[in-house]
Design a protein around this ligand. Structure first.
Ligand SMILES: N[C@@H](CCC(=O)N[C@@H](CS)C(=O)NCC(=O)O)C(=O)O
Length: 185
């Protein structure tokens, strides 16, 4: 693969770097530095993809954004059967469920919470709205890991890589706790 673009400072791009390392596939890492005052991506990323977000990959003539989709594409193209269950049956259904859940549902309340922390606090109404979602999300993840070891059963997969950054945001937002403690909540 030609490049996996990384926006410097703890970002979702770590998912793609981890994935490429797991697969042992060669890739070129291109760091982009956030604007220190706005914390947004620099114009160099807009020149690669109109969304101007990281991660974004370039593979031959393909330019692709959106981490979950990138993971699915990379595993289908370079996985050789690794890091995803076969494409049918309950393990695959769980796999795509977690892969989509990460950015489709789990990330939003956690990110709103984190942005609130970093910008002086959330209004009570918004806080009250997202807090139950955060609790349900984290309990659900913890239950799955405690029961099975990994999110899609006993095998490590791209879904674990995708969900790892959700836990990283929970950790940054001081909402995550050691896994065994969830049992008693
Ligand atoms: N849902 C997208 C989110 C991409 C995203 O928001 N990336 C952040 C870095 S973690 C970014 O580029 N932020 C800079 C900006 O929005 O200006 C994905 O999973 O790839």
């Amino acid at each position: 693969m030609r490049s996996a673009n990384r926006l410097t400072f703890a970002t979702r791009s770590t998912r793609i770097i981890w994935l490429m390392e797991e697969l042992g596939e060669p890739y070129q890492l291109v760091p982009h530095t956030r604007d220190p005052s706005t914390f947004r991506s620099p114009p160099t990323l807009d020149r690669i993809h109109p969304l101007g977000k990281a991660p974004v990959i370039e593979d031959s003539t393909l330019v692709m954004a959106e981490s979950g989709a990138i993971i699915e594409y990379v595993i289908a193209t370079y996985g050789h059967g690794k890091l995803a269950p076969a494409q049918s049956g309950p393990a695959w259904a769980r796999y795509i469920g977690w892969l989509h859940f990460a950015e489709g549902s789990a990330m939003m309340p956690l990110l709103v919470h984190l942005l609130g922390m970093l910008t002086g606090g959330l209004p009570d109404g918004l806080k009250g709205f997202i807090t139950p979602d955060i609790e349900k999300t984290l309990k659900c993840i913890a239950a799955e890991i405690l029961d099975n070891g990994y999110l899609t059963g006993s095998a490590f997969s791209g879904a674990d890589i995708q969900m790892s950054y959700v836990l990283e945001v929970a950790r940054m937002g001081k909402c995550w706790m050691p896994i065994h403690r969830w049992k008693n909540t």
